[in-house]
Design a binder for this molecule. Structure first.
Ligand code: URA
Length: 234
């Protein structure tokens, strides 16, 4: 929200008074004096007039989790454990998931309290590469890479997937990079070429790679550089 709006949303403060407060240098954002009413201020920033806090900064969390198999990418479920159960309870309530993984899938899962930021990971128009290591039930046929590169027709959505890359690692093992995140996308792509996935592990989303030091089920906060590599805090 614009800074001038945050000030004039205060009881009894008119737009004119808000502009006067700004001009007189009495307003600060995260401890820095700010005189520009057009400045966009997020809910994760603190705003003061003199020493009085008029907007408390909400805590901003940016986490990567090494998701184990068997956990649902959901906040709550009656039948299965959810990934939120792996996170400290005081942080958990603030988080949502930026790009789900199926229950059986493992690997990189991003959780954040900053919805604008995490949307950049999943927004189809941004075409962020997501890389998965997969094992398959049958040997991967030579034409699989070409079919993936051409795009696979998804009957339900009535669309062809964006060109995907396949790097074969073994007879039944490959690294696959997709640029969207449709429902069960990688599994359905293999199904379309007559094969079946037996394990799927996400290695990276854009520039965010699963930290090899993270044990299965463990998580850590992202570094400042990792946060800004996705486009910065909102
Ligand atoms: N594609 C899938 O099929 N499953 C996932 O969990 C992620 C991508």
């Amino acid at each position: 929200m614009k800074l001038s709006r945050i000030i004039s949303n205060q009881n009894g403060v008119s737009r004119r008074q808000a502009n006067q407060l700004l001009a007189s240098g009495r307003v600060s954002v995260d401890g820095q004096r700010c005189q520009d009413g057009a400045e966009e201020v997020s809910r994760f920033q603190e705003v003061r007039i003199d020493q009085n806090i008029i907007q408390q900064a909400e805590p901003a969390y940016y986490l990567m989790l090494h998701k184990p198999a068997g956990y649902l990418s959901a906040t709550k479920d009656d039948q299965h454990p959810t990934v939120m159960e792996l996170i400290a309870p005081n942080i958990r309530e603030h988080l949502h998931i930026g790009g789900r993984l199926d229950r059986a899938s493992t690997g990189l899962l991003i959780l954040s309290s900053d919805g604008l930021w995490s949307r950049r990971l999943t927004e189809p128009d941004i075409k962020l590469p997501k890389t998965y290591r997969v094992t398959t039930a049958s040997p991967i046929s030579p034409e699989t890479a070409t079919r993936f590169a051409e795009g696979i027709w998804f009957e339900y959505e009535q669309l062809t997937t964006s060109p995907a890359q396949l790097e074969q690692l073994n007879d039944c093992e490959a690294r696959v990079t997709i640029f969207e995140g449709r429902y069960h996308q990688v599994k359905r792509m293999f199904h379309a070429v007559g094969n079946r996935i037996t394990s799927l592990h996400r290695e990276s989303m854009g520039s965010l790679a699963l930290d090899p030091e993270l044990p299965v089920g463990g998580y850590r906060h992202l570094s400042g550089d990792e946060i800004s590599s996705v486009g910065g805090r909102s």
